[in-house]
Design a protein. Structure first.
Lengths: 569, 187
């Protein structure tokens, strides 16, 4: 069989095989059971003592959210200031300049919300100091924030009736010390031994074989790239992310990086089963996500390996759609990555998404619109929980009973929050795109750093897709882009910045509030009439809900962009 | 609120020490044991460094094997892809022109032998590799320019094909810089 196909099959298999034991381990960590990383205990106790945290103290849902939001606000102010003044700070061997205030606003928010949309290029837009003290730091702690919030959701369903969702600080620390940091060290070491730079040396100057003089950007990248993948962050050290041959040197590192993208999000689905002792529920959720994930992968691998029909007509030998791709990775692995990174709100790329064939482009945008096939670390399951609530509600209506979820009655207040969170995405994506299209069409000469008339790198349907993609990516907190879009100007920096904040915090606050409300209610034991949410029938129901909601919300927008391009190619 | 803020400040400080100081220094320390000591692996010719193994460089002369088109002009301090969409007419014209240029420099080569990687821009603009077919179609030109036996150059190409990972995972490739260094040393 074709070695490219074998490559992606083995990669996928490894993802699933590694996710299962990791899921069990993560559940054990948060259940407080003994694990092989207990040697971290003294470090954790030290952190609690210095920070004045009482690890035994629980929080109700309001306290939990207050703690989360307070530390997040602090991180924003901190990141914004450092980015504005990085030119004068140490560890800047390449002499890179301060970020402009609107760019710093966008960058600070983007990394704060685990999105990592980048309107700058890594080689010239950041210093080593901000790469480490802003970017790397936020890549760890925002991923840990997501996991902490998910554990709160678990806690709400663990006890029959409870006010206690656990201690936010403790989950934040443990997510870092027990999951993200150990895994990052493993991945970073693999990268470093395969050629990714890790030293603090600045740019190197060389004379090439043909006699040109060239400068080569480097830096302590390996550690940052590891957490970029594991924390579903996605913001790269270099401008072109993991397409860069130093950021992703060979096929082995490519496999390791793809696994790093999806392994924690998949593992957390299994963790849910172990933590709540509802393994069948976890299996059904895993099956729903995986069926759709594999379908998306298949479509993209097919179209990317088939190549660009317009280039076929030129009569050359197409070895895949190679524009924007790297030879050492090939078309199949790039297609797999494109789905992995959009399913999980990671947003790193190993090839340019702007140059994907139209159907692949449509698939990854849809993938980000759903944003719950595994999803971002922690938050993916929170998003999926919203779909579950809708499926429970509709099923309840169909059989004419008050809907229940895991022994708690789902009533008007919870359903209202669910509806608001669902409508928010459609509003932000389509509203944002409409606004951008308006400026492009009616005010092409606005005096911004890049005039709207010059925003797009491609004409026609594809140009529209560039704008749609940017807002979809911002709303999904994904961070990948159709990078042809000229996005470093005040319109895009501010508008996507606002979308980023709303689309991060409301979909966390919503589910946590629902769980807080549900958990306080009286526990209703299962009876013959109870909806079995851990049945495959209900799984099918969830798939139907996901498809219907997303088709209704987004089909018109997709039809104007990638689908129109597909039928006109 | 104030209580949360003080905890946040303290926790942030200590996490910064752990994640932004200790962690990267530890990785940099471990990387000292890797080839290239974590600074990137270089390649040399006659004892002189001529480039990085993983960073592609521009080859425009007929006596060298060419790498892929680059949207970044092989500027290793500013990586970039073209970000051209697949149906963009201007882009398709560029590809078509590249094919014509290639045919002009490689007379006698049939169009259907040119692999797509030779006429499309890479993702990074720094792709160090080409496909084996991409090197094979250039053998004749290189051999004629250098007054070498064609079969000698062809066997040099075959010996530089890097097999898939473990023999069965991913594509085959040829590192252009390594191939060209070996070519220079052939004479």
């Amino acid at each position: 069989m074709n070695t490219e196909i074998l490559g992606v099959l083995v990669t996928l298999l490894l993802c699933f095989l590694l996710a299962y034991p990791l899921g069990k381990y993560i559940a054990n960590v948060f259940l407080g059971k003994p694990t092989f990383t207990d040697f971290m205990l003294p470090l954790e106790r030290f952190i609690y003592r210095v920070s004045g945290i009482d690890p035994k103290k629980g929080m109700d849902w309001k306290q939990f959210l207050k703690a989360m939001l307070t530390i997040n606000m602090l991180w924003f102010v901190y990141a914004f200031l450092l980015l504005c003044f990085q030119g004068s700070l140490p560890l800047n061997p390449d002499g890179n300049a301060n970020q402009s205030p609107d760019l710093a606003f966008n960058t600070a928010i983007s990394f704060l919300v685990n999105c990592n949309l980048q309107h700058y290029s890594g080689e010239s837009g950041l210093s080593y100091f901000t790469q480490l003290f802003v970017i790397t730091f936020l890549q760890f702690v925002t991923a840990a924030t997501g996991i902490a919030c998910l554990v709160a959701l678990f806690n709400g369903f663990k006890e029959k009736t409870t006010n206690n969702l656990g201690n936010f600080w403790v989950y934040l620390v443990q997510s870092t010390t027990r999951i993200l940091l150990p895994l990052s060290i493993v991945v970073a070491v693999i990268l470093a031994f395969n050629g990714t730079p890790a030293s603090f040396d600045g740019k190197d100057s060389i004379l090439t074989l043909q006699g040109d003089s060239v400068q080569v950007s480097r830096g302590p990248a390996a550690g940052m790239i590891a957490i970029k993948q594991l924390g579903t962050n996605g913001g790269g050290w270099f401008g072109v992310n993991s397409a860069h041959p130093l950021e992703n040197p060979n096929y082995l590192t490519n496999i390791v990086e793809i696994i790093s993208i999806v392994v924690i999000p998949i593992a957390l689905v299994f963790s849910l089963g172990f933590y709540l002792q509802r393994r069948k529920l976890a299996r059904v959720i895993f099956a729903v996500m995986t069926v759709m994930f594999i379908a998306f992968c298949t479509i993209n691998i097919y179209y990317e390996m088939k190549g660009n029909p317009a280039i076929d007509k030129m009569g050359i030998a197409q070895n895949g759609s190679m524009e924007g791709k790297e030879v050492r990775l090939g078309a199949a692995a790039t297609a797999l990555w494109s789905v992995a990174t959009t399913s999980t709100s990671n947003g790193s790329v190993n090839g340019m998404h702007d140059s994907l064939t139209p159907m692949s482009g449509a698939v990854i945008i849809l993938d980000m619109m759903i944003n719950a096939l595994y999803g971002g670390v922690g938050v993916g399951l929170l998003n999926y929980f919203i779909f579950l609530m809708i499926a429970v509600f509709i099923s309840g209506l169909m059989v004419g009973r008050t809907p229940e979820f895991l022994g708690h009655k789902v009533e008007a207040r919870e359903v209202k929050i669910t509806a608001l969170v669902t409508l928010l995405s459609a509003f932000l994506i389509k509203g944002g795109t409409a606004l951008a299209a308006y400026f492009y069409a009616h005010h092409p000469e606005m005096a911004w750093a890049v005039q709207p008339g010059n925003w797009l790198n491609n004409p026609s349907y594809h140009g529209f897709t560039e704008m749609l993609y940017e807002f979809t990516s911002a709303n999904a907190n994904n961070g990948s882009g159709f990078e042809g879009l000229a996005d470093n100007n005040i319109f895009w920096n501010v508008s996507t910045g606002i979308v980023l904040i709303l689309a991060r915090y409301l979909p966390i606050i919503g589910p946590i509030a629902i769980v807080g409300l549900l958990a306080k209610k009286k526990y209703v034991p299962d009876s013959a009439g109870t909806l079995e949410v851990d049945s495959y029938t209900f799984g099918l129901m969830t798939i139907a809900v996901i498809i219907i909601i997303n088709a209704l919300s987004y089909f018109p927008a997709l039809a104007l962009g990638p689908i129109a391009e597909f039928f006109n190619q | 609120m104030k209580k949360y803020l003080i905890t946040s400040l303290k926790l942030t400080t200590i996490m910064l020490v752990l994640l932004s100081v200790i962690y990267p220094l530890f990785i940099a320390g471990v990387a000292l044991f890797a080839l290239g000591k974590g600074k990137g692996e270089t390649l040399s010719k006659d004892g002189k460094v001529v480039g990085y193994e993983n960073i592609g460089q521009s080859f425009t002369e007929d006596r060298y094997f060419w790498g892929r088109p680059s949207a970044a002009g092989y500027n290793a301090a500013g990586s970039s892809g073209s970000n051209k969409g697949p149906t963009n007419p201007e882009y398709l014209k560029t590809v078509s022109d590249r094919i014509d240029t290639f045919l002009l420099h490689n007379p006698g080569i049939e169009r259907s032998r040119i692999p797509a990687d030779l006429v499309t821009a890479s993702g990074s603009g720094l792709d160090p590799d080409i496909s084996p077919d991409g090197a094979r179609v250039q053998v004749k030109r290189v051999a004629v320019t250098r007054h070498l036996n064609e079969s000698k150059v062809a066997s040099l190409v075959e010996s530089h094909i890097e097999k898939p990972l473990l023999g069965f995972l991913g594509p085959e490739k040829i590192n252009v810089l390594k191939l060209n260094i070996a070519l220079d040393q052939l004479q």
